[in-house]
Design a protein around this ligand. Structure first.
Ligand code: PBG
Length: 305
């Protein structure tokens, strides 16, 4: 009766990594129990997720071929687009979110197109808009731009509206920090930058008030849900955003946060289940309305039992 924070399976969004081919299920070495999977296996997995009550998934695509502009991200027959169609066909009431970004699709691994050795913000906007529209056409329920280009929420909103998707919400990775906690994800998504780093477009981990500015801009541009990422080292930021705005707040409990807990649990140094639930509860306590987490399945099993 007096507990102030209750974590439930309804809060959880499970990330999935989609590859081309059939019958593929490859464990990601730095993320135990997480896999790169072909669409057939993804659909099977989504059925299981639905059965244990997980309401939503977010999809990341790993294409067969990469190029300078990440053109495979925009194809209607691309890896994410194909997965969305298959999931919505097989499990229509699973809520499907798509990550909108170019880093998995570019040969250089940056989140936008390169011009004179750095990412060109404005040239990237058009590509992201096309990618979002193609996810929408495939049947995505919400698009989630994670690139951190300035102005991309407005560009995507306008593109969606003009293509007949004015009802489709945007979850913006609004306060996304240039974090070393993304390391395992970059292995999973094969998206590590081949030169430089992402500090010209992602935020400085030392900056707290700047997050409020980033979120305010995205809301002005039309974001429907705003995200803080990573989560665990940024609980103060989650709390600030929750207090400053009325939109739903998402938090991304990122790959490195997952791997730390998994590794220590495997070594027998911590009680993995208890630490996992404590981590997720603390993210919710800080103010997250929804949590994207690789723990979603394990947490659901414990929360349901
Ligand atoms: C793509 C993207 C990244 C993550 C989600 N979308 C990596 C990055 O920005 O380098 C990280 C997620 C995680 O670590 O779990 N831009």
């Amino acid at each position: 009766m007096v507990r102030q924070t209750i974590l439930t399976v309804d809060d959880l969004i499970y990330p999935l990594f989609v590859v081309t081919g059939r019958g593929i299920k490859r464990e990601i070495p730095s993320m135990p129990d997480c896999y790169q999977q072909s669409v057939d296996n993804i659909v099977q997995e989504v059925r299981e997720l639905k059965a244990i009550g997980i309401p939503a998934v977010i999809l990341f695509g790993i294409p067969d071929s990469k190029d300078e502009t990440g053109s495979s991200a925009l194809r209607d027959d691309g890896v994410v687009q194909t997965a969305v169609r298959a999931i919505k066909d097989a499990v229509p009431d699973m809520y499907v979110i798509t990550d909108v970004c170019l880093c998995e699709y570019t040969s250089h691994g940056h989140c936008g197109v390169i011009e004179k050795g750095d990412v060109s913000n404005d040239k990237t906007l058009m590509l992201l808009s096309k990618e979002a529209v193609s996810h929408a056409r495939a049947g995505a329920d919400m698009v989630a731009p994670s690139d951190m280009m300035d102005g991309r929420v407005m560009a995507i909103r306008q593109a969606l509206d003009s293509e007949g998707f004015s009802q489709l919400p945007i979850m913006s990775y609004a306060a996304k920090y240039a974090s070393a906690f993304y390391g395992p994800f970059r292995e999973a998504a094969e998206s590590a930058p081949q030169f430089g780093d992402r500090r010209s477009y992602q935020m400085d981990p030392a900056n707290r008030r700047e997050a409020i500015k980033e979120v305010a801009l995205d809301i002005e541009e039309g974001a429907d849900v705003v995200m803080v990422k990573p989560a665990l080292s940024y609980l103060d930021v989650i709390s600030d955003i929750k207090a400053s705005f009325v939109l739903p707040v998402a938090a991304y409990n990122v790959s490195g946060e997952y791997s730390l807990v998994k590794a220590a649990a495997r070594l027998g140094w911590i009680d993995g289940d208890k630490v996992m639930l404590e981590v997720l509860t603390s993210i919710k306590r800080a103010g997250a309305d929804m949590i994207i987490t690789y723990f979603a399945k394990e947490a659901a099993r414990l929360l349901n039992s």
